[in-house]
Design a protein around this ligand. Structure first.
Ligand code: SF4
Length: 244
């Protein structure tokens, strides 16, 4: 689990700000956007595709121990806002790491974006109850609860209160990373327990080949269950290149 600098005012612990690119996953896949990626995560999924935001000891599949002194920066919210507004995009995706770990300090940036006509999407692992002010700002929440294959214990990755709160939001989608048909059974259990709808299934994969193979493996089963299927466009287009 990542340790990030302690910040208590309007500053944010940032991994990267980049764009223009496209949203790679879920209901907005393909939409032109810019990304704010925040540092730190309260989970440690073994196949995480952004380990440079939290893995300082090399416990993930990459086995790389990243250095927070080179990977993270502490930036004032106004500076982050200015960087995001400079991109010629109408959608900003705030991701991580786990961005809701900094959600109170994020409010200033989100309000600044919404006031200037930007759509804001937040990617979260579903373990944090969203701040009501973030909800009121009209944020779209893309929630990705983790399954057993993440390697995180159930007691850390599935937080009933948070999942139920997120499931009750007007602008929400739940994206599950799956490898096999048996993962879909696990998704069905989560949906039955916490009402996490609408469901989007997304193949795991860090290469275009892996993503496309996963889609082919899962597609029929997803459709039969009445769920949605999403690719990972940034992986297919750019092979998971950082900053894309
Ligand atoms: S919740 Fe997301 S950012 Fe955190 S370890 Fe898991 S995949 Fe990585």
């Amino acid at each position: 689990m990542g340790v990030v600098p302690t910040v208590t005012d309007h500053r944010l612990v940032v991994s990267e700000v980049f764009g223009p690119t496209v949203q790679g996953e879920g209901p907005s896949a393909g939409r032109r956007c810019a990304f704010l990626r925040l540092g730190g995560c309260n989970l440690s999924c073994r196949w995480c595709d952004t380990p440079y935001t939290w893995d300082w000891t090399g416990i993930g599949d990459s086995k790389v121990a990243y250095d927070p002194r080179t990977e993270l920066r502490v930036l004032h919210g106004d500076e982050v806002l200015a960087q995001l507004l400079a991109f010629d995009v109408d959608t900003i995706v705030i991701s991580g790491g786990e961005p809701l770990n900094q959600q109170r300090r994020l409010l200033r940036v989100v309000r600044g974006l919404v006031d200037r006509g930007r759509r804001v999407e937040v990617e979260t692992n579903g373990t944090r109850i969203p701040d009501p002010e973030l909800v009121d700002a009209g944020v779209q929440f893309n929630v990705s609860p983790k399954l057993a294959h993440s390697g995180d214990p159930a007691g850390r990755r599935l937080m009933p209160q948070a999942l139920r709160a997120l499931a009750g939001l007007p602008n929400v989608a739940f994206k599950f990373v799956c490898r096999s048909e048996s993962d879909l059974d696990e998704v069905a259990e989560v949906v039955a327990l916490y009402g996490t709808r609408p469901v989007w299934i997304m193949p795991e994969g860090r290469t275009a080949q892996d993503v496309n193979d996963g889609l082919a493996r899962l597609a029929d089963h997803v459709v039969i269950r009445g769920w949605n299927l999403t690719t990972r466009l940034h992986v297919v287009a750019w092979d998971d290149k950082r900053g894309k």
